[in-house]
Design a protein around this ligand. Structure first.
Ligand SMILES: Cc1cc2nc3c(=O)[nH]c(=O)nc-3n(C[C@H](O)[C@H](O)[C@H](O)COP(=O)(O)OP(=O)(O)OC[C@H]3O[C@@H](n4cnc5c(N)ncnc54)[C@H](O)[C@@H]3O)c2cc1C
Ligand SMILES: Cc1cc2nc3c(=O)[nH]c(=O)nc-3n(C[C@H](O)[C@H](O)[C@H](O)COP(=O)(O)O)c2cc1C
Length: 467
């Protein structure tokens, strides 16, 4: 008996160890996603976003999946092709709508790509659409994306879920169904993925008070269409306030009962203040627009303006070594000027600015600063384009004056455009969407072809902040 005792002890120890290992393995298995045999990714998350909101939500969902140990890939809709779709059986799409039911730039080639896709019977998907019911075609592009996947035989987890102006309740409703989906998939086991609640930063951003310290009308003598440069200083500590990048957007909240209005920030944090370039808007009865009226007329000096700053990654600065072609009109100079200032502070000097306005006599905002940047070589070439002026100054070796529209001038300078693009230039377009930006887009399509425009967009070399 004595001789067997150590064997018994050893066997008991081995058995206990084996049980421990099985326990560990089970726990490990529970934390691991249930992978389909062919998928190497648990989730694809694709977004189409023009001014950053759908992008931010897609980032948030991807982050959440990754934190739960699920392998997920974040893509723009333009990048979502057959190859990616083979790599997962679960797809979440977060899609906003622009123009008149059109796609955002980083989704504009998707429907064309989709025509080449094979059937996707083993794909499960859901589409979250962001939009605004003031527009005639509410979430129309999200609807198109949804129907495209249905027609490819993919299985919709739920009907298209739309959110009007990032309404908090609608967003929370979405989060609940997203969480249910994860749990239903058996991936999350409910314990390793938190049930998300409203993304405060998006649907309910934090507004800080900024004091209006300067307001200058830049075209006083024009008699109409007045535009103002507004300087605002923060009432909160600098390190919290001065944190945006060129290209970001100030959401201005004027009324508790109305949505905020977006304004592209014209300054960079290094300047120590926030600058906006705002055109006074009036409706057909001459009544001032809510936010532009407040900013340009009603707010007194040192009055408080509630502003939340929103990241706009698709219009952020690019590599300092890349030349920039900056194209804009009207208040679109705001976003372009922020980029020029950003690059001025870094000595990034290859910049070609094409700017359109109405009348050479009145409409030359930032004239002195731009002239200084031309003289110093920061701006290599500045083309002023005026739609209502026949008589124009002679110009010099850096500043040129033209009659007409920005897009016509770009066409005339097609050789220079090709030269700059061959040197790796990045195009930034800021200002009115329908006239100017659509015209510039047509010129690019005509000069470069759809494929090259697509490549520029995919490479982040064609960036637009248009409204
Ligand atoms: C990304 C982005 C950046 C922008 N940057 C600038 C900028 O730098 N400078 C600048 O001056 N403007 C900018 N705008 C435009 C700005 O956000 C406002 O739309 C504009 O100032 C008018 O707002 P308001 O409150 O003064 O006028 P509103 O009170 O909104 O009224 C203006 C007119 O628009 C109509 N209207 C009101 N709400 C809507 C709606 N939701 N949809 C359709 N029509 C409506 C009204 O009936 C009225 O005729 C930007 C817009 C976007 C989306
Ligand atoms: C110029 C412009 C055009 C728009 N057109 C539409 C539209 O046709 N239909 C719609 O539902 N929403 C439209 N919207 C609203 C946006 O889809 C909505 O603001 C969305 O939250 C933006 O998301 P993003 O920041 O990801 O681009 C438009 C917004 C702008 C500024």
């Amino acid at each position: 008996m004595l001789t067997y005792y150590p064997w018994l002890q050893a066997s008991a120890f081995v058995l206990a160890y084996l049980l421990f290992c099985v326990g560990c393995y089970r726990r490990y298995q529970r934390r691991q996603p249930a992978l389909s045999s062919v998928s190497e990714l648990d989730w694809l998350v694709a977004y189409a976003s023009q001014s950053g909101q759908a992008h931010a939500l897609a980032e948030q969902h991807t982050q959440q999946l990754r934190e739960a140990g699920l392998r997920s890939q974040l893509l723009t809709l333009n990048q979502l092709d057959g190859e990616w779709l083979q790599r997962s059986t679960r797809l979440l799409l977060i899609v906003s709508t622009y123009g008149e039911g059109d796609p955002p730039d980083n989704g504009r080639f998707f429907l064309r790509h989709a025509r080449q896709l094979n059937a996707l019977p083993s794909l499960q998907f859901a589409v979250l659409g962001l939009g605004d019911r003031h527009y005639a075609h509410f979430c129309a592009y999200a609807e198109q994306v949804f129907q495209t996947f249905v027609s490819l035989g993919a299985k919709a987890y739920r009907p298209l879920h739309t959110i009007d102006q990032l309404h908090t309740e609608q967003l929370n409703h979405w989060y609940a169904s997203w969480h249910d989906w994860l749990v239903a998939e058996g991936q999350a086991h409910g314990d390793n993925i938190e049930r998300p609640t409203s993304n405060r930063a998006l649907s309910n951003p934090t507004y800080h008070p900024w004091r209006l310290t300067e307001r200058q009308c830049v075209n006083e003598k024009a008699g109409e269409n007045f535009s103002y440069l507004l300087t605002l200083r923060s009432s909160i500590p600098e390190q919290q306030a001065l944190t945006w990048q060129a290209g970001d957007i100030a959401q201005v909240k004027v009324s508790d009962h109305q949505p905020s209005r977006d304004y592209t920030i014209a300054s960079v944090p290094e300047e120590g203040h926030l600058q906006l370039f705002v055109r006074e808007r009036r409706n057909e009865h001459g009544t001032l627009g809510l936010a532009s009226g407040y900013l340009c007329q009603h707010a007194g000096m040192w009055d408080s303006v509630a502003i939340a700053i929103r990241r706009n990654p698709s219009f952020h600065p690019v590599n300092d070594d890349s030349p920039l072609i900056l194209i804009g009109n009207g208040t679109g100079l705001a976003g372009l000027r922020a980029h020029l200032m950003h690059r001025w502070l870094r000595g990034a000097n290859a910049n070609w600015l094409i700017y359109g306005e109405r009348d050479v006599r009145f409409d030359r905002p930032y004239q002195e600063e731009l002239a200084h940047w031309c003289d110093s070589g920061h701006i290599t070439r500045l083309d002023w384009v005026f739609s209502r002026s026949e008589t124009l100054p002679a110009g010099d070796s850096r500043q040129y004056y033209h009659h007409g529209y920005v897009q016509q001038m770009l066409l005339q300078q097609a050789d220079t455009l090709h030269e700059w693009l061959a040197k790796g230039a990045v195009i930034f377009v800021c200002g009115s969407r329908d006239g100017m930006a659509a015209g510039v887009d047509d010129v690019l399509l005509e000069q470069l072809g759809a494929e090259e425009v697509e490549q520029l967009l995919a490479a982040g070399r064609y960036c637009r902040d248009v409204y």
